[in-house]
Design a protein around this ligand. Structure first.
Ligand code: MG
Length: 381
C-alpha cells in the first residue's frame, strides 16, 4: 500500500491481526489506539514506532505516557484523545476495530479526514449507517469491510453489476449452540457461551455469535454497506466456515468467496484493495475440508436474529437501540447478572419500550444509547 496506516482498537482481536498484516508487509503504522491494555499497546509502540497513540482510559494513558517516555510517540488520552490522534496523523488508511458504539465517533473523524476506513466496527454501521455513509461521501473517504462475511460479499460483488444482484447469502457458523432447543438454551452457562467452534475473537463478539446476534448485526451491516433490502439477505448456516458468504445474481449464478478461516485475509484485502498481495494466511485445502454443509438458521429459537430483521425493517433508531441494548445485556451476562436466554429478553423489552423516530442525528443515537443503557441498568441491577 501507499502511505501509512492507523489502527484504532489495536489491542483487540482484529487490531492485533491488523498489526500482523502491517508487520508482514512492512506497512508504516502512524498511530495506534487502545482502551486499557497498556502492556500490549506499549509493545506495539516499541515495534512500530508510531508518531501518535491514544488510550480511551485516562489512567491507562497516564501509565502509558510514563512507560514510553523514552520514545518519540505522543500519547493522547480519553475518547477525545482518539479523535485527536486521528486528526494528528497523515495516514491515508484507518483500520477501525474499536468495540461497540465507541467506534462511531472515530469512524466519522476518519471519514472527515478522507481516509480509507477498513471497518471492523459493525456497531457504528448498525446504529448510524446512513450518517456514516453521508460523512464518508462528504469527506471523500472510502469504507471497505473487514468483517469476514462482508469482505467476502465485497469481493463477490466484483463479478457483476449492482443492478444485477438478486440476493446476498450471508453465511453463519451457527455458534456453539447450533441445533439447541429453547429449553436447552435456558441451561447455557457463561463458559459454554465463550467457546466458539471456528473463530478466535473477543468476549463480546463470541457471545454475539452464540446468540446469533452477531449475524443479526451483520444483516444490518450488509444493508448499510451494500444498499440492499433486508429481504434480499438470506442467512445460511454453514458449520465449516469455509465459504465466507456469497452473492446470487439475477441469472441465478452464485459467486462465493472461500478461504481458510483467518481474519487477516480480510484485513489485508481491505488495506491493499484493489490489489491483492502475498498471503499471510494458510492456503485452503479443499480435500482436507471434504464436505461443505448448509442449513437454515433457526430464527425462532435464536430470537435475536429475528429481532435484528425487525429492527432494520422498522428502521429509524431501532437498529441503534437493538445494538446498544445488546451491548448492555452481554455485559450483564458476562458479569453473571443475567442468564444467556435473558439477553434476547432484555433486547426485546428495550426495543418495545423505545419511542422510535425516523429522522435522527448523531446526537440522537448517543441519547438513545444512554437511555437504553440507563433503563436496563435500573431494571436489572
Ligand atoms: Mg463476521
Amino acid at each position: 500500500m501507499n502511505g501509512s496506516l492507523i489502527i484504532l482498537g489495536s489491542s483487540g482481536s482484529v487490531g492485533t491481526q491488523a498489526a500482523d498484516v502491517a508487520r508482514a508487509h512492512n506497512i508504516k503504522v502512524d498511530a495506534v489506539t487502545g482502551g486499557k491494555n497498556v502492556k500490549l499497546v506499549e509493545e506495539q509502540i516499541r515495534e512500530f514506532k508510531p508518531r501518535f497513540c491514544a488510550m480511551a482510559d485516562e489512567m491507562a494513558a497516564k501509565d502509558l505516557s510514563a512507560r514510553i517516555a523514552d520514545t518519540d510517540t505522543k500519547v493522547f488520552a480519553g475518547n477525545e484523545g482518539i479523535i485527536e490522534a486521528i486528526n494528528a496523523t497523515d495516514a491515508n488508511t484507518a483500520v477501525n476495530s474499536i468495540l461497540g458504539l465507541a467506534g462511531l465517533a472515530p469512524t466519522i473523524a476518519a471519514a472527515k479526514r478522507g481516509m480509507r476506513i477498513a471497518i471492523a466496527n459493525k456497531e457504528s454501521l448498525v446504529a448510524a449507517g446512513d450518517i456514516v455513509k453521508a460523512e464518508v461521501k462528504a469527506g471523500g473517504a472510502e469504507l471497505i469491510p473487514v468483517d469476514s462475511e462482508h469482505s467476502a460479499i465485497f469481493q463477490c460483488l466484483h463479478a457483476g453489476k449492482k443492478s444485477e444482484v438478486k440476493r446476498l447469502l450471508l453465511t453463519a457458523s451457527g455458534g456453539p449452540f447450533y441445533g439447541y432447543t429453547a429449553e436447552q438454551l435456558r441451561a447455557v452457562t457463561r463458559t459454554d457461551a465463550l467457546k466458539h467452534p471456528t473463530w478466535t475473537m473477543g468476549a463480546k463478539i463470541t457471545i454475539d455469535s452464540a446468540t446469533l446476534m452477531n449475524k443479526g448485526l451483520e444483516v444490518i451491516e450488509a444493508v448499510r454497506l451494500f444498499d440492499v433490502k433486508s429481504s434480499q439477505i438470506q442467512v445460511v448456516v454453514h458449520r465449516e466456515s469455509i465459504i465466507h458468504s456469497a452473492v446470487e445474481y439475477i441469472d441465478n449464478a452464485v459467486i462465493a468467496e472461500l478461504s481458510h478461516p483467518d481474519m487477516r485475509e480480510c484485513v489485508q484485502f481491505a488495506i491493499t484493495y484493489p490489489n491483492r498481495c502475498d498471503a499471510v494466511i494458510e492456503p485452503l485445502d479443499l480435500f482436507k475440508v471434504g464436505t461443505l454443509t448448509f442449513k437454515e438458521a433457526d430464527r425462532k429459537t435464536f430470537r435475536l436474529l429475528d429481532l435484528a430483521y425487525k429492527a432494520i425493517e422498522t428502521g429509524g433508531l431501532l437498529p441503534a437501540v437493538l445494538s446498544s441494548a445488546n451491548e448492555a445485556a452481554v455485559a450483564l451476562f458476562l458479569n453473571d447478572k443475567i442468564r444467556f436466554y435473558e439477553i434476547a429478553e432484555v433486547v426485546e423489552a428495550a426495543m418495545n419500550s423505545f419511542a422510535n423516530k425516523a429522522d435522527f442525528t448523531i446526537e440522537d443515537v448517543f441519547e438513545a444509547d444512554r437511555e437504553v443503557r440507563d433503563r436496563i441498568k435500573s431494571e436489572r441491577n
